[in-house]
Write a protein that binds this ligand. Structure first.
Ligand code: THU
Length: 128
């Protein structure tokens, strides 16, 4: 199955700057108005300054004024669907809460789950 958000994540993956790992990732977030914001991973020669696709997509959305999100799609070329890394789970939780996540690959395999499943007992502003 494919849909607009998954297709956007797959297309965004093509823009990945991943000369060090060669592991390209694309992400797309959809806001409540149906707007789609995309991101790809952007690596750096220091390695540590690399930014994941998910964070690029979320930060682009926030910087464009989007605030409420309905779905996030993540695309990579792996048989076992690639989940968001730990840092991205924290950032996604901050801005998207228990959002619907769609993991997909280039073969058309996909899985839908909630962020809370991957990120239970998150630390967030409710503790402050
Ligand atoms: N990467 C992402 O963009 N998102 C993830 O959820 C996992 C990892 C990127 C970071 C790095 O450029 C490459 O994949 C290998 O870790």
């Amino acid at each position: 199955m494919s849909d607009k958000l998954m297709d956007a994540a797959i297309a965004a993956r093509e823009s990945a700057h991943a000369p060090f790992s060669r592991f390209k990732v694309g992400a797309a977030v959809e806001d409540e108005a149906g707007r789609i914001f995309t991101g790809c991973n952007i690596e750096n020669a220091t390695y540590g300054l690399t930014v994941c696709a998910e964070r690029v997509a979320v930060f682009k959305a926030i910087s464009e004024g989007a605030r409420k999100f309905t779905r996030v799609a993540i695309a990579a070329d792996t048989d076992t669907l690639t989940p968001p890394c730990g840092a991205c789970r924290q950032i996604l939780w901050e801005f998207c809460g228990d959002v619907e996540l769609v993991l997909t690959n280039l073969q058309g395999k996909s899985e839908t789950l909630r962020l809370g499943t991957l990120f239970p007992r998150a630390f967030d502003a409710s503790f402050l």
